[in-house]
Design a protein around this ligand. Structure first.
Ligand code: 3QA
Length: 230
């Protein structure tokens, strides 16, 4: 099976490319796509650049151009749920867009006609993730991930996202990737390791923990690839 592994930033895919070892590079749509093999699978890896627009383009390209049949996202996130500490892993069981707002017309936050406020994740892939977590003897939290084109660094915004969507973590790409995968009927999983808690210390913590948290997520994702059947 051909598996796409994507991140948003170079730091999020570097440990994955290192693990794959040898790969070819293809330039497409102003980005680099890396193809190699791992654990009996064809793999395509890319980082999209930050935000919903770039991640939509990359996810769609990985599926339509590079023929990925399954997509795994690996990266970091801001924690909302106080049980999530820096370095902890969360897998999305539902995702939403916290910055999508046509509430002026009486719609709920994150909703547009013919869309849905939440996108549900694949139960089968979450089950594999839970197996990997028990194999590795580490804690994996399941929860709601809220996506928006904002680096959140205020308690007020974080509290609003928590109250409005009951979200456990936030980031800038997961829901756009989920929208693409749902529409193109490709199973997906969004995994994130916490790099900061989206409060006034967020940018400082993010700089300090981006690399180590990205590594936690990448290690886990590669274990998942090893578990996924051919
Ligand atoms: C942040 C990255 C973007 O791809 C989303 C990290 C971790 N903490 C977050 C927070 N709010 C929103 N998202 C996150 N990723 C991009 S800004 C830093 C760019 O530095 C998840 C995430 N609190 C580049 C150097 O100038």
């Amino acid at each position: 099976m051909k598996i796409a592994i994507m991140g948003a930033m170079p730091e999020e895919i570097e440990p994955i490319l290192k693990k794959i070892g040898t790969y070819s590079t293809t330039k497409y749509a102003l980005n680099n796509y890396y193809e190699g093999r791992y654990a009996g699978h064809d793999i395509v890896v890319a980082y999209s650049k930050i935000g919903k627009v770039f991640s939509t383009l990359t996810a769609a390209s990985m599926i339509e151009k590079f023929k990925a049949e399954l997509l795994l996202f690996s990266g970091v996130a801001g924690g909302i749920n106080p049980s999530l500490k820096i370095g902890d892993l969360i897998v999305a069981n539902a995702l939403c867009q916290h910055d999508l707002d046509i509430t002026a017309f009486g719609h709920p936050h994150g909703f547009v006609p013919e869309g849905s406020q939440f996108i549900n994740a694949e139960k089968e892939l979450i089950a594999i993730a839970n197996d990997v977590a028990s194999d590795m003897n580490i804690k994996l939290q399941e929860g709601i991930i809220a996506t928006g084109d904002q680096f959140v660094h205020s308690q007020e915004r974080k509290d609003w996202i928590s109250a409005t969507f009951n979200a456990d973590a936030l980031e800038m790409e997961g829901t756009s990737v989920a929208v693409v995968c749902e529409a193109l009927q490709v199973p997906f999983l969004i995994l994130r390791a916490i790099s900061d808690t989206a409060d006034m210390d967020a940018s400082f913590n993010f700089d300090e923990f981006l690399e180590s948290s990205a590594q936690e997520s990448a290690t886990f994702i590669m274990k998942m690839v090893e578990k996924i059947g051919n």
